[in-house]
Design a protein around this ligand. Sequence first.
Ligand code: ZN
Length: 408
Amino acid sequence: MLTCRHWIGQLRRWSSTSSRALLTDQNYVELRLDGKEVAKPLKYPTVWLRDNCQCPECFHAFTRARKSHWEQGPLNVKAESVIYNEQSQKLEVQWEDRHKSSFALEWLKERDFSEETRNKYLHNVYKPLAQLWSKKEFQQVRNEFQYEDILQKDEVLKSWLEALAVQGFAILKQAPNDMNVVRHLANRIGYIKKTTYGDIFEVKSKPNAGNYAYKMVPLPLHTDMPYYEYKAGINILHTLVQSSSVGGANTLTDGFYIADQMRQLYPDYFNVLKSIPVNWYDIGHDGDAKQPFHSLWRAPVICLDVDNQITRINQNTTKRDSRFSVPLDQVQKWYEAYNKFLELASAEAVEFKTEAGDVFVFNNLRMLHGRTAYEDSTENKRHLVGAYVDWDIIYSKLRTLKFPNAQD
Ligand SMILES: [Zn+2]
C-alpha cells in the first residue's frame, strides 16, 4: 500500500524514456509526443485504461470481447507507474495489483478523448452528419442512381446509402417492371423489414381500402408508422405504373430541417413538440393479410437523441388518435405548436412526379412525404410497390463498405 506522499512522488515522475508518459494525478495518464504530429498531449483516465486492457487475460481479441470486470468495474485499481516505450511505440502501465497493460500508440490516438477526435469518429464511422435542406435547395441535394449499378457495384451502393444518410432521400432510375425490385434492393442492403403490412406492400387504389394511402385522394405530408416503437428506417417505393392523370405526384419535406427551423425561430413551440407525447395508432387489417393489428405508440412529433440532435419525426394526421393521453393543460399549447410545424412543413414541400421504373427511397425517420390526388382509368392504374429496411441494417452495411478491413 502506497502512502499518500509516496503516491504523489510516483505520480509526478516522468517516465525515463524521453519524458513522454506521465501520471498527471491519481486518475489520468498524459502522453506527450515529440514532433508536430500531435500538438496537445493525449490524456486518458486510468480507470478507462484498466477497463480496456488489451492483454489476453482481459480481452479476447478474436471476438473483440472484454473478459475482465464482469462483476465490478476497475475503480479500485490504481496505476503505479507508466512509461512510453519508444521502440515498440506502446504505453506501458504497471498497476498496483501487479497487472501490466500495454497500449499501442495508434490504438490510443484513435481513442483520444479530444472533441476533434470524438467528432471525427462520430461523423466518419458512427453516422454521417445529416445535411438539412430547404425547398430552394432541393435540386442541389437530389441524388440519382441507376438501379442496376446499385445491384452490381459496391461503390454505387455505398454512395446511395450515404445519400440516404446525409440528404435523406435518393431516386433510382431504370428499374425493371418487376414486383420484386424493392425486395432485391432490401436484400442488397441486408434484410427487409416485415411489418403488419407484410414484407412488400402494394400502393394502389383499392375498393374499400383499409388504409388511407390506398385511395386516390391526396395524401397529406406524413411519416410512415409513427405508431411503431421500431418505426421503419427507410421506405423504398417503386413506381411500376404512374398515373397519366394530372396528379399522383410526390410531395416531400425535410422534417429535420423543419424541426431545426422551429428550434431556431420558435423555441417555445419546439420545446412543446419535443416533449408532449402524441398517441399514434393503426387499427384494422390489411387487404389480404389474415391477421388483424392494433398498433399504438406514444411519442412526440420531434424526438431528440442524447446529444439533443433531432433523431426522429412523427407526423401522420390520418394516424393520430383522438385519444390524447396528456394532462388537460397541455392540449391547447400542443395544437398551437403543431400548427406552426404543419405550416412550415407544407411551405417547404417540394413536388415531383416519379416515372415508371423510378424507385424513390427516403429516410422515414426524417422525411415527410405525401401525394397529390390522382384519377385511375381502365387503361391506367397507378401502381407502386414498397418495402422497408431498418437503419441498423443500413448503417451496418454502409460501415462494412467504408471500412472493409474492420472485420478482419
Ligand atoms: Zn489485462
